[in-house]
Design a binder for this molecule. Structure first.
Ligand code: ATP
Length: 346
C-alpha cells in the first residue's frame, strides 16, 4: 500500500495484484452532489490554511472530514458556508454559492459551528421555539419536544441556557441545527464537549437523520468519533486532502496492517533490499538500525524476515510484531507519511 497522487490529491493505493487491493477507493459515483469544492484555497499571510481542495459530498452520505488540530477543517467549513472568502477556488452547496443565495440555501442547511453562541437569557425551550419560528417550522412545539427528548434535555427545557453545562449547550445547538428539518447537516467537532452518554445520543440522532435521507458532513480530529457513523472520510493534513476513502475500505486497508519492528546490528543496504524483496512486505522504513516493516496481515512473517536478514549477512537484535489500530493508521497518515510525501513532492 502506498499513498499516490490521484486527481490532484493523495489516495491510499495497493499495487496491482497485491493482496487486499480494493479498487475504486473513492466513491465518486452518480448521484446528486450536495457539497462541492473546486480548488478551494485560503491563505492567511504566509499560512496556507486550505490548499486546492476538491471535495464531493453526495446526497445521503455521512462524510467524515478528518484532520489533526490546525489542519484546516474549520476554515474549509467557513468557506463552504460563505463566512470566509476563499483566496482561490469556490465552494458550492446544492450547486450554488451560499453567499449568492444565502436565504434560499440556508433553509436547507443545519450548522453546528465549533464555537457557537447561544442566547443565554433564554431557556432551551424558548431558544428552539425562537429558531423554529424564524424558519417557519410547522408544529414547532412537537419538533422541539421531540429533539429535546432525544437529547435527554426535555426535563430541563425550562432552565436558562446560562445555567447549562458546555455539553448541554452543545446538544441544544445540535437541536437548533435540526429544528427546521434541513436536508444537509454540517457539524464542526459536534461531540467535542460531550460525555459518553451525550456522544451516544448525538450519534443516534445523526444515524436517525441519515436514515431519513439527510446528508451529513462531520468534521473531527478524532477518527473514533466518525468511525462508527461515516460512510466515507476525507483526511486533511496541513490544508491538503491527503486521503479519501470509504470507511469500510480504509478499515480493510489500514486496521488489518501488521508492522514488524526489527532491530539489526547494522542496517546495511543489502539487508534492507533483501527485506524489501520479500513478497509479503508492503513498505520498509529505516531509522538508524531500526527497521519498520509493514506486511500483509495474513500471517506472522517474523521467521521469514529473520531468515532474510541472516542470509544477507546481518544479525537480528530484536523483532516484534505490532497490529495497527485504525487510530494509529490515521496518526501515521496525517503526522508522518503524508507530511514526508508532501515535502518530497513539493
Ligand atoms: P482544529 O481541529 O484545531 O479546530 P482546524 O483543522 O479546524 O483545527 P483551522 O482552524 O481551519 O484548523 O486552521 C487552519 C490553519 O489556519 C491554522 O494554521 C490556523 O492557525 C490558521 N488560521 C485559521 N484562521 C486564521 C485566521 N483568521 N488568521 C490567521 N490564521 C488562521
Amino acid at each position: 500500500m502506498a499513498l499516490q497522487p490521484w486527481h490532484g490529491r493523495w489516495r491510499l493505493h495497493y499495487p496491482v495484484g497485491e493482496p487486499g487491493r480494493v479498487d475504486c477507493p473513492v466513491a465518486i459515483v452518480g448521484g446528486m452532489v450536495v457539497i462541492e469544492t473546486r480548488g478551494l484555497t485560503k491563505e492567511y499571510g504566509k499560512t496556507t490554511a486550505v490548499r486546492d481542495l476538491d471535495l464531493h459530498v453526495e446526497k445521503g452520505e455521512i462524510y467524515g472530514f478528518l484532520g489533526p488540530n490546525g489542519a484546516g477543517k474549520t476554515t474549509t467549513i467557513m468557506m463552504i458556508l460563505g463566512l470566509v472568502k476563499p483566496t482561490r477556488g469556490e465552494a458550492l452547496i446544492f450547486g450554488s454559492r451560499l453567499d449568492r443565495d444565502y436565504f434560499g440555501l440556508k433553509r436547507r442547511i443545519g450548522v453546528v459551528a465549533e464555537v457557537q453562541r447561544v442566547y443565554e437569557d433564554m431557556t432551551a425551550w424558548e431558544y428552539l421555539n425562537f429558531f423554529g419560528q424564524l424558519y417557519g417550522v410547522p408544529d414547532i412545539k412537537t419538533r422541539a419536544a421531540d429533539l429535546l427528548s432525544r437529547l435527554d434535555l426535555y426535563d430541563r427545557r425550562n432552565e436558562l441556557l446560562s445555567n447549562y453545562s458546555k455539553g448541554m449547550l452543545q446538544k441544544v445547538n445540535i437541536a437548533r441545527a435540526l429544528i427546521h428539518d434541513p436536508e444537509l447537516l454540517i457539524l464542526d467537532e459536534p461531540v467535542s464537549s460531550l460525555d459518553p452518554y451525550g456522544i451516544k445520543e448525538v450519534r443516534d440522532l445523526i444515524m436517525e437523520e441519515h436514515r431519513r435521507g439527510k446528508t451529513i458532513f462531520i468534521s473531527s480530529h478524532l477518527l473514533s468519533e466518525v468511525e462508527r457513523t461515516c460512510n466515507r472520510v476525507g483526511i486533511l493534513d496541513q490544508g491538503t486532502l491527503v486521503a479519501e476513502d470509504t470507511m469500510q475500505s480504509l478499515r480493510e486497508k489500514l486496521a488489518s496492517e501488521i508492522r514488524l519492528l526489527l532491530e539489526v546490528d547494522a542496517a546495511r543496504p543489502e539487508i534492507i533490499e533483501a527485506i524489501r524483496r520479500l513478497p509479503f512486505v508492503k513498505s520498509v522504513e529505516v531509522e538508524d538500525n531500526r527497521v519498520n516493516i509493514s506486511t500483509n496481515p495474513d500471517a506472522d512473517y517474523r521467521l521469514d524476515v529473520s531468515r532474510a536478514v541472516s542470509e544477507a549477512g546481518g544479525t537480528v537484535m530484536g523483532l516484534s510484531r505490532q497490529e495497527m489500530s485504525l487510530e494509529d493508521a490515521f496518526i501515521t497518515i496525517t503526522e508522518k507519511h503524508v507530511s514526508q510525501f508532501a515535502r518530497k513532492e513539493a
